[in-house]
Design a protein around this ligand. Structure first.
Ligand code: GRF
Length: 208
């Protein structure tokens, strides 16, 4: 059984997709051990509690230094016995000490087809604003392992979604969530939980 920590900052619709697919057995061999938010008001924490999942707020604001926060988060994850960390709309930069200890055991969902519209500054609606400014005809989402760079780790799954001329950033964001994010994040977790993902020479290989 793969023990998962889901790290969130906001609404938690991706968290909800994971919970739903675990409950409906579309994700197998995995369970959410804890949901951690940096923001005590994140609705994602309520979603966890409604499903009986332990929900914790660990915020940089509650520590005297960034380093103290980083160490507290690392300690909490290690003591929770977590095998996989899922970043589902987590707006805090994951510190190197955690990336090192959880090498190829942290995944992130990004709302574009990496390497387009990713890296520093591309988060939330900014991703979709940039895609619309560029006039792309497809966008989508990517699940990738997290390394020391921003959105640079091995790509696990991607799904493309059409972009229409009348789209607003909000409309495009919603379509990408519904048609891509909520599908490929749970699918990637299921693939990892069932031993179908391996990383070789910086490339993630996923078996059907
Ligand atoms: C999603 O668009 C995700 O790709 C991005 O942040 C958003 C999180 O939404 N990184 P939610 O909190 O899962 O509803």
């Amino acid at each position: 059984m793969l023990n998962i920590a889901v790290l969130v900052s906001g609404g938690g619709t991706n968290l909800q997709a994971i919970i739903d697919q675990i409950e409906s057995h579309k994700i197998t061999n995995a369970s959410i051990k804890v949901v951690i938010s940096n923001n005590k008001n994140a609705y994602a924490l309520e979603r966890a509690k409604k499903h009986g999942i332990p929900a914790e707020c660990i915020s940089p604001k509650d520590y005297e230094s960034r380093e103290a926060f980083n160490q507290a988060l690392l300690k909490f994850l290690e003591e929770s016995g977590v095998d996989l960390i899922v970043l589902a709309g987590y707006l805090v930069v994951v510190p190197e000490c955690i990336i090192e200890k959880f090498r190829n055991r942290i995944i992130n969902i990004h709302p574009s087809l990496i390497p387009s519209f990713c890296g520093t500054g591309y988060y939330g609606l900014k991703v979709h604003e940039a895609a619309l400014r560029r006039g792309v005809k497809v966008s989508g989402a990517t699940v990738h392992f997290v390394d020391e760079g921003t959105d640079t780790g091995p790509i696990i799954m991607q799904k493309a979604v059409p972009v229409y001329p009348q789209d607003t950033p909000q409309v495009l964001q919603r379509r990408i969530m519904e048609q891509a994010e909520w599908q490929i994040l749970p699918a990637a977790i299921d693939a990892i939980a069932n031993g179908r993902v391996e990383v070789k020479d910086g490339i993630a290989l996923v078996r059907e």
